[in-house]
Design a binder for this molecule. Sequence first.
Ligand SMILES: Nc1ncnc2c1ncn2[C@@H]1O[C@H](COP(=O)(O)OP(=O)(O)O)[C@@H](O)[C@H]1O
Ligand SMILES: [Mg+2]
Length: 311
Amino acid sequence: MGPEAVIEVAGLTRRFGSFTAVQQVSFSVRAGEIFGFLGANGAGKSTTIRILCGLLAPSEGHACVAGIDVARDPEAVKRSIGYMSQKFSLYLDLTAEENLEFFGGAYGLGRRALRQRGRELLARVGLRERSAEITGRLPGGMRQRLALAAAMLHRPRILFLDEPTSGVDPRARQSFWALIREAAREGVTVFVTTHAMDEAEFCDRIGLMADGRLRALDTPDGLKRSFLPGEMFHLELSPDRSIDALASQPGVLRIESAGAAYRLRVEAGRFDPEKLRALLGPAAVRVERVEPDLEDVFLEVVTQARGEAVP
Ligand SMILES: Nc1ncnc2c1ncn2[C@@H]1O[C@H](COP(=O)(O)OP(=O)(O)O)[C@@H](O)[C@H]1O
Ligand SMILES: [Mg+2]
């Protein structure tokens, strides 16, 4: 991808015994990008991250992070990146400040520099007032921000965040994402995994993993254009009514049920809400044109991947 790629992955594969967790994955990430790595549980996201952080050796293929071959010099990789693991490793019985001191010591930061940097980061992540509190007593969202601060102590230019917002409420997720964007504005490259599709919209580009393979890679809009051509409608039908009348219409590309409602995708220009209402008759409770979201893309990618899989 040219000189400014800070993560370059080619044919990356990782096996555990006879099981292949990551299979022939290739991509690159540019400096300053927020790169989202999406996929269901077990898709191979954490395994990929652990390889990129120098914590796990690849079985095959190559990965370069900050210009360093992860298989050749994993220790140098660890020094140049920040990593927030899925089960992040704060000490719950230490205070927020003590946690930063502990992790900073591991990075070889001097006592004075560490104090200063620790204070700066605690303020940045909104924990200045809570720095003397026992970490285990902080709410989940604050602990996650503290874990981010710990990953940023040594001013890494690349941050790997493995499901940093899992298990916290929407407000805490929002403030976490504000911190991610702030880091990216300063030129830090952020590689973040999530299975929250609304968060994925904040990423510059997204890689979609399914069953160990990278199934799609593009900007959020690019993914929508290539995987969901046409137009989408949201339909709600009265109970016990069938959507069959639509299924056989020319121009209908896909109907997905979403609870009591449906997502209908059609060729562009073929339908409008009036025409759909007429076709559905009294069954139609609500007919609305909608923009596809990444959840729709994810469903489509996974459906296509299943179709290609050898049974
Ligand atoms: N150390 C391991 N030994 C055996 N299997 C593993 C190991 N680590 C991960 N796996 C398996 O590899 C697959 C991918 O796991 P993981 O990378 O953690 O997925 P994700 O982070 O996308 O949920 C899963 O099926 C998981 O059980
Ligand atoms: Mg994981």
